[in-house]
Design a protein around this ligand. Structure first.
Ligand code: NCD
Length: 428
């Protein structure tokens, strides 16, 4: 089957390519890119992409698909539909499932379920410690050979320095990145939201930015000492961004991600949305939001990753202190990125696309992230000017925990192709 995407604005950051062009897909592969002569334009499907961006399929290296263990929140199948609707063709799952992804057997079952039921490519991380308890290392070597693309106890930090040091040494030997959720649990205790004016007003103990920054500093030193590749997840504080900036300058092998909620909204959203705006790390201040955006702009933060963290409506109806942390993010990522970074002039469209494609692919050594002849036809069409209003009830995710409900956004993924198959298409 031949599909022709005609006359779009083709952006391929990996090749420094940005121009109006056609893209021809056949049997799951990209066969031609460029101004195609009439005689090879014959195709079973022709998509008029005038006014649309044609970019490599987006890659999200931080999602929670909740299998095994919590299928009421999300399944690998439902999460993959949310990914496709958000323009993503590949995702990396986090291991805080039940059981945790801490054995080769569990990892293999997740990857198999991905191949069986997902409409996008599903990759997975594996836990650093058994049961994500921070006490005993997993068999990282076996997990690596079973397909783990990174190691993380996401949702928690391995606080014990002797254990995490061993993990870094093993990761360096295997050449696999450690993805670090940075939070010193001894300092961050009962808080639900950022420690500051809003937490004081609501009588919440607050989550100190220092808890995140201490662990960023520690892990940067561990990466420097062991030579391991470190990827810092969901950086939320201005000083956290600065620590990474300085470490990069002195040559530490570190990459980092910014999440859409951390570059677009502050902890004031808690006043409006309550527990729906409870996330870990928490929404911070306007100064932190600006710092995350600047970090993305100057390359301190390499990727945009959603930390898609679905929870049921019943759980999110609990009082702020008891409700779980997390918000869904796959279906709002492109809209938030264009509205808050691209259309504001903070980030060029090429840089935004790179941070959603080739950068995450390189960090996790994943295929994809680029458009080239002969490559797998993972392709996303984005309407950069489509105006829409966020309606969580319309999400493809099983969950609707989202503090962007009612927000007007400009920019949306409108079609997603995985290996040449259309897995999402929006009515135009
Ligand atoms: C994550 C989840 O729900 O799994 N939640 C979140 O707020 N990011 C785990 C976590 O990082 O706490």
């Amino acid at each position: 089957m031949r599909t022709l995407i005609k006359g779009g604005e083709l952006i391929n950051p990996a090749g420094g390519y940005h121009q109006i062009a056609d893209l021809l897909m056949e049997d799951g592969k990209i066969v031609r890119i460029g101004h195609l002569p009439e005689e090879i334009q014959a195709a079973d499907h022709v998509i008029d992409a005038a006014g649309l961006l044609v970019v490599p399929g987006l890659i999200d290296i931080h999602v929670h698909f909740r299998e095994p263990g919590y299928p009421d929140k999300e399944t690998i199948a439902s999460g993959s539909l949310a990914a496709a609707a958000g323009g993503f063709t590949s995702v990396v799952c986090m291991p805080n499932t039940k059981p945790a992804i801490d054995t080769a057997e569990t990892l293999t079952s997740v990857l198999e379920e991905g191949r069986k039921s997902a409409v996008v490519h599903v990759y997975s991380s594996a836990a650093i410690t058994r049961g994500i308890q921070g006490e005993q290392l997993t068999d990282m070597e076996a997990l690596f050979h079973a397909g783990a693309v990174t190691f993380t106890d996401d949702g928690r930090t391995v606080v014990d320095s002797s254990i995490i040091y061993e993990a870094f040494v093993t990761a360096a030997r295997l050449g696999v990145p450690i993805s670090s959720h940075c939070e010193d649990h001894r300092l961050v205790t009962a808080g639900a939201i950022n420690r500051g004016e809003i937490s004081r007003r609501l009588g919440d103990p607050g989550i100190s930015p220092l808890g995140e920054e201490l662990m960023i500093a520690r892990d940067l030193l561990l990466a420097e000492e062991t030579g391991a590749r470190l990827h810092i997840q969901h950086v939320s504080t201005a000083r956290g961004v600065q620590l990474i900036r300085e470490a990069k300058r002195r040559g530490v092998h570190v990459t980092a991600e910014g999440a859409p909620h951390h570059f677009s909204i502050t902890d004031e959203k808690v006043l409006e949305f309550g527990a729906l705006a409870k996330v870990n790390p928490p929404l911070r201040t306007a100064q932190d939001v600006e710092a995350v955006a600047s970090g993305l702009a100057d390359g301190t933060l390499d990727v945009i990753a959603t930390d898609h963290a679905p929870h049921t409506a019943a759980e999110k109806r609990l009082p702020l202190a008891q409700a779980p942390f997390g918000m869904v993010g796959l279906e709002t990522c492109v809209g938030l990125t264009f509205t808050h970074l691209v259309h504001t002039g903070k980030l060029s469209v090429d840089a935004a696309v790179a941070k959603l494609t080739i950068e995450p692919a390189q960090i996790m050594s994943l295929p994809g992230g680029t458009l080239s002849e002969g490559a797998n036809a993972d392709v996303t069409l984005i309407d950069p000017n489509k105006e829409w209003v966020v309606e969580p009830e319309a999400f493809h995710s099983k969950s609707t925990n989202c503090p962007f409900a009612g927000m007007k956004l400009r920019g949306k993924a409108v079609a997603t192709f995985v290996s040449g198959q259309c897995v999402y298409k929006e009515a135009r």
